[in-house]
Design a protein around this ligand. Structure first.
Ligand SMILES: O=C(O)C1=C[C@@H](OP(=O)(O)O)[C@@H](O)[C@H](O)C1
Ligand SMILES: C=C(OP(=O)(O)O)C(=O)O
Length: 445
């Protein structure tokens, strides 16, 4: 990432219009990775062309696959076949992306190759032991910095052993890393999750021809099993638009009087929709129109109208289904009437930034009263109208912190500035133009 790009968001009138936010980031990463180990061509419509996903595309090329964009925006991946990834001649730079790093570490761990992973200053601070611990049990070796951090070398296992592993944290990235390693491991690899996390890896693997089964255990946990070494065949994928990106125009439209916005083709996988459930509980007027299935993933068009929001309690067990949406929910809560309590946010501390700390600090600067509990909860005392704003907020290389405070600025009495909007490109290219097209006022400073 080059230079910092400060942005300022000012109070606006009504937001109006129909848009399609860019493709789902989780599904985009997975489509490139699975396409690269399938036999034949995978054709991807609507791939997210954000920097995180472009880092995955570059890595898959270094591992021997072809991954190119047509003039019409369709991506074509020519896979090498499972087990045939080539040893990359260069370091795999995963940029700002935890998903790219962790999923790919799983995939290469079961290939007899050595890969060196690195990332930017944010990614190189994030914990990787959560994936290297189970992958080492399967037979791969890792040499990283202290705390298992990147830069890190993976020595893929020559003869991997399948494991049954109970996730110590609710993480789709950890689950997926183990499943992707299990893919090229003979026998059945099982991941047990006590809280359901996003299941795009499981759904897409089935689409490519693998056998992935799920079983409810006596204690209520879910066991996900992949049968190793299937023949994967290249497929066509239609990437729905990202509910985690739709969250920003959705919250902005709820906050501005007179707004009505239609967001088309939004992914509605039930393991991703916790934010929308919460906004509806808060009194948000959100209509889920034209619900349908698009290549194995549910989608809908979301019609969102300005609403007077009220504070709610968000239970901890909802966290996996809205893990990336708490910063923008906090912006909505700051404008709501009454107090919003968000429970079980420990995982927010190990994202692109410590999101719990960054949200609390930014809201305080904008004149909103917040508390962070010792149990990693966040309590936001809503203003019932417009927060004061009039502050510059630090974003710590975190796209979601930047976008959330720009949304807050659309509803604040005085403009809100973020110190760096450059990282928005990692997940939501075109964010500023799209928001301004709806009527927002976001300017470069
Ligand atoms: O699997 C994925 O695509 C993702 C899983 C989540 O991370 P964790 O698995 O660390 O919760 C989420 O925060 C991230 O943006 C994408
Ligand atoms: C946490 C996120 O992504 P990642 O873990 O892939 O960096 C995110 O996009 O909010």
């Amino acid at each position: 990432m080059s230079q910092a790009k400060p942005l300022r968001s000012s109070s606006t009138g009504a937001l109006k219009g129909t848009i399609r936010v860019p493709g789902d980031k989780s599904i985009s990463h997975r489509s490139l990775m699975l396409g690269a180990v399938a036999v034949g061509e995978t054709v991807i419509h609507g791939l997210l062309e954000g920097e995180d996903v472009l880092h995955t595309a570059a890595a898959m090329r270094l591992l021997g696959a072809q991954a190119e964009r047509d003039a019409d925006g369709v991506w074509r991946v020519r896979g090498v076949g499972l087990g045939a990834l080539a040893e990359p001649a260069q370091v795999l730079d995963m940029g700002n992306s935890g998903t790219a790093a962790r999923l790919l570490m799983g995939l290469v761990a079961a290939h007899p190759i050595t890969c060196v992973f690195t990332g930017d200053a944010s990614l190189n601070k994030r914990p990787m032991a959560r994936v290297t611990t189970p992958l080492a049990q399967m037979g791969a070796r890792f040499v990283g910095r202290s705390g298992g951090r990147l830069p890190l070398t993976v020595v893929g296992g020559e003869s991997m052993i399948p494991i049954t592993y109970r996730l110590p944290v609710a993480s789709a990235q950890v689950k997926s890393a183990i499943i992707l390693a299990g893919l090229n491991t003979p026998g059945a690899t099982t991941v047990i999750e006590t809280e359901p996390t996003r299941d795009h890896t499981e759904l897409m693997l089935r689409h490519f021809g693998a056998t992935v089964t799920t079983e409810r255990l006596e204690d209520g946990a879910l066991a996900v099993t992949v049968v190793g070494q299937p023949e994967l065949t290249g497929r066509t994928i239609h990437v729905p638009s990202d509910p985690s990106s739709a969250a920003f125009p959705a919250v902005a439209a709820l906050l501005r009087p007179g707004s009505e916005v239609l967001l088309n083709d939004v992914g509605m996988n039930p393991r991703r929709t916790g934010l929308f459930d919460t906004l509806v509980e808060m009194g948000g007027d959100i209509a889920f129109e034209n619900r349908r299935d698009q290549a194995g993933e549910p989608v809908a068009d979301l019609r969102i109208r300005h609403s007077r929001l009220k504070g709610v309690v968000v239970p901890a067990d909802r966290a996996p289904s809205m893990i990336d949406e708490y910063p923008v929910l906090a912006a909505a809560a700051a404008c709501a009437e009454g107090t919003t309590v968000m429970l079980g946010l420990k995982e927010l501390r190990v994202k692109e930034s410590d999101r719990l700390a960054m949200v609390a600090e930014g809201l305080t600067r904008c004149g909103v009263s917040v508390e962070v509990g010792a149990d990693d909860s966040l309590i936001v005392h809503g203003t019932g109208s417009a927060p004061k704003g009039g502050a510059t907020v630090a974003t710590a290389m975190d796209h979601r912190i930047a976008m959330s405070f720009l949304v807050l600025g659309t509803a604040s009495a005085e403009p809100v500035q973020v110190d760096d909007g450059a990282f928005i490109e990692t997940s939501f290219p075109g964010f500023v133009a799209l928001m301004n097209g709806l009527g927002a006022t976001i300017d470069e400073v």
